[in-house]
Ligand binder design. Structure first.
Ligand code: AMP
Length: 678
């Protein structure tokens, strides 16, 4: 209005009134507070592109990305980085608040924990993001690997006199050693532990009382913050120190090695030492509506309390259109039908691999409802260690349950097919994941009732997730492990707490009992609990106070941390809670000094109490035999040699030879140059 000249409305704006002083922005376009009224309207940027990561060292990752393809026609794009579980322990460079305005396209995060899964989000924002309320982001999952073990050779011990012993070891080639800490303790006691420190690769122990058996543990820290543990147990034989027998030696180093997955295929490269995986997805904005408002405290709701079970399915599981699902292969057989691998076109994440459980055609209405009940249960959970439900297909046939895909399948089979291949810390990492999933479930007041390695799934980053929410509905399920109890229900006896077997008293405490059994399964690479005993024998033995043998080869510290015996307390209130178990395992993982010898000793043969007792009987004869003197270790024993030593009972020979063979395999696997084991 007036005498001034007229302008066209700037880009993405318009005016409906003649002589307007300002043109209004179109929907989805905005002017920032600092923008002139005559400036064009702009919009938020698209997400950052090609988010990738490189590990600078074990605990430090550098993330970088490309600017958004669409800056929203503005030149003030900034980035904001957020991480789900980072907390205050993670340091960001560029520094400042983690959420801060970052103008460059990279950020370094340091102080990452081992065996942790971090989800890191990078948001692209510009001057109109606040008005739009939209911050497009891309995310990356960083899985840090557990520490790995390596071994050194050249451990020797030498008598320097009646009460003096020199223990020496070789410096590992890889790292700069800061210090060795040598712990000396009475072999069967954790009391009287003496700690010495040395910079050299040997230590002389003086004034050792005679006729005493000692253990020595050498722990070394290295400049890079890595940790080496050398556990050297030295048995000092009865009279003076004439015979020195080194019984076991383990040396672990724990460098964390960063490896990136192929961002295109989302696959993962891994070495047999350690690996870090990431997955990447581009999102314009989160599309799926969460079923539950974030942060709201939730309790598990038993779908059986619904009069109409279909209502529970509708409430707790998203219906997925069948056109979004593509079945690729059958990977397993479930109680209700095939389990397949496939692809799901996810509205937010693009195409993702998924597992598809199908209900066999012709199933009864009851079977259909039972099948879907698992989805109603699973759909209530959202935890990194619990299988995630993507949704269900109920409006067309076949009825399907879509979950995240776990590349390595069920834990029991996975362990059996990879017998002996993992580092102790990796096994402990798996146990930590399972405990954490159970902690989440118990906090939601959910009792699983069928926790067992077969019901835990493993993904390609070795993350374990609780699955199979079938038995929780009823203990009537017809699983392979189900056994009739006196009261008609079917219970997986070997995994079930006595009070649950006897009175159907299923609680989180009975889940803790099952967790103890899972621990045992994991540390024995999928051995069947109570071997080939009958269910009745197991029940009777437990009633009489028998428990599966604790991992004999673990150090006191580790085996007490391993909890099994506590998990199997008869009085259920005396069992630890899952949050305490998680804490304990975290301490164990953090305090690598305690993760000493389990990689070898917990293996199948070594756990067999009968073998241990049998070996014990012949120990003197064996230790002074020509073979051990000549070859330096028990792995060289043959049956002929055993007979010559007076081990004539075939049963005993078999047991000893079984252990010898296990030992041989372990020594080969471990590449220990000088092997020693009783
Ligand atoms: P279930 O009916 O849950 O016991 O599953 C039967 C088998 O299918 C399991 O033992 C696994 O081998 C496989 N399976 C089940 N769920 C998944 C999954 N989410 N990812 C990969 N394999 C799975």
């Amino acid at each position: 209005m007036g005498n001034g000249h007229c302008d066209f409305c700037p880009a993405h704006s318009s005016s409906n009134t003649i002589g307007s002083q300002e043109c209004e922005c179109e929907t989805g376009f905005y002017r920032a507070a600092i923008d002139a009224r005559s400036s064009p309207c702009t919009r938020p940027p698209s997400p950052p592109r090609n988010l990738s990561m490189v590990f600078s060292d074990q605990a430090t990752v550098m993330l970088s990305w490309l600017p958004p393809a669409d800056t929203g026609a503005r030149d003030d794009v900034r980035y904001r980085v957020a991480c789900d579980i980072c907390g205050g322990a993670i340091h960001y460079v560029p520094s400042g608040p983690p959420e801060g305005n970052i103008s460059n396209t990279s950020v370094q995060l340091s102080g990452l924990e081992q065996t942790a899964t971090y989800k890191i989000f990078v948001y692209a924002e510009n001057g109109v993001s606040p008005q739009s309320g939209v911050s497009p982001f891309t995310s990356i999952t960083v899985n840090t690997a557990p520490f790995i073990h390596s071994r050194v050779s050249g451990v020797t011990s030498r008598n320097l006199g009646d009460d003096t012993l020199l223990v020496s070891w070789k410096k590992p080639l890889l790292e700069e050693i800061d210090l060795y800490e040598v712990k000396q303790y009475l072999r069967y006691s954790v009391l009287n532990v003496t700690m010495r420190q040395t910079l050299s690769t040997n230590f002389t122990f003086r004034s050792l009382p005679r006729s005493t058996e000692y253990g020595f543990q050498v722990v070394t820290t290295v400049t890079a913050g890595l940790l080496f543990i050398c556990l050297l147990c030295v048995l000092l034989a009865a009279l003076g120190f004439q015979t020195v027998l080194i019984v076991c030696f383990f040396f672990f180093c724990f460098p964390r090695i960063a490896m990136a997955a192929d961002p295109i295929t989302n696959g993962s490269k891994c070495s047999n030492t350690a690996s870090v995986f990431y997955s990447q997805s581009l999102m314009t904005h989160p599309v799926t509506t969460p079923l539950f408002p974030p942060g709201a405290p939730r309790m598990y709701v038993d779908p059986h309390t619904y009069e109409d079970p279909n209502q529970a399915v509708r409430e707790f599981a998203r219906e997925i259109d069948t056109s979004l699902i593509m079945i690729e292969a059958i990977v397993g057989g479930g109680e209700f039908g095939d389990v397949c691998k496939g692809r799901l076109r996810h509205p937010a994440k693009g195409e993702i691999t998924c597992a598809i459980k199908t209900l066999k055609p012709g199933a009864s209405e009851k079977a259909r409802l039972d099948f879907l009940t698992e989805a109603s249960i699973m759909g209530q959970f959202d935890d990194a260690n619990v299988i995630y439900l993507q949704g269900v297909v109920t409006k067309s046939n076949p009825v399907m349950i879509i979950t995240e895909y776990m590349e390595n399948g069920s834990l029991d089979t996975f362990l059996r097919t990879n017998d002996g291949k993992f580092q102790c810390i990796q096994l402990v990492g798996m146990l930590r994941g399972i405990a954490s999933g159970m902690k989440y479930l118990s906090e939601m007041n959910y009792v699983h009732r069928d926790l067992a390695a077969r019901n835990v799934l493993v993904n390609d980053s070795l993350v374990c997730k609780i699955a199979d929410f079938g038995l929780s509905r009823e203990i009537e399920t017809n699983t392979a492990e189900g056994a009739y109890t006196t009261r008609g229900g079917k219970i997986p006896v070997r995994w079930t707490a006595p009070e649950a077997i006897a009175f159907r008293k299923f609680t989180s405490a009975s889940d803790v009992w099952s967790y103890g059994i899972v621990m045992w399964e994991v540390m024995s690479y999928g051995e069947r609990p109570y071997w080939n005993w009958s269910n009745q024998d197991v029940i009777k033995a437990i009633e009489k106070g028998y428990r599966l043998p604790a991992p004999m080869g673990l150090s006191e510290a580790t085996s007490s941390l391993m909890c099994s015996l506590d998990c199997w307390q008869k009085e259920r209130n005396h069992r630890p809670k899952f949050n305490a178990i998680v804490k304990t395992l975290d301490t164990l993982i953090r305090n690598r000094r305690r993760t000493d010898s389990c990689s070898v000793q917990v293996r199948r043969g070594a756990w067999d109490p009968f073998t241990a007792a049998t070996l014990g009987r012949y120990i003197d004869a064996c230790s002074s035999s020509a073979v051990t003197r000549r070859r330096g270790h028990y792995a060289a024993f043959t049956v002929t040699e055993l007979t010559r030593l007076g081990v004539t009972l075939v049963g005993h020979q078999k047991k000893i030879m079984y252990s010898v063979q296990t030992l041989r395999a372990q020594l080969c696997g471990a590449q220990v140059a000088e092997g020693f084991l009783v």
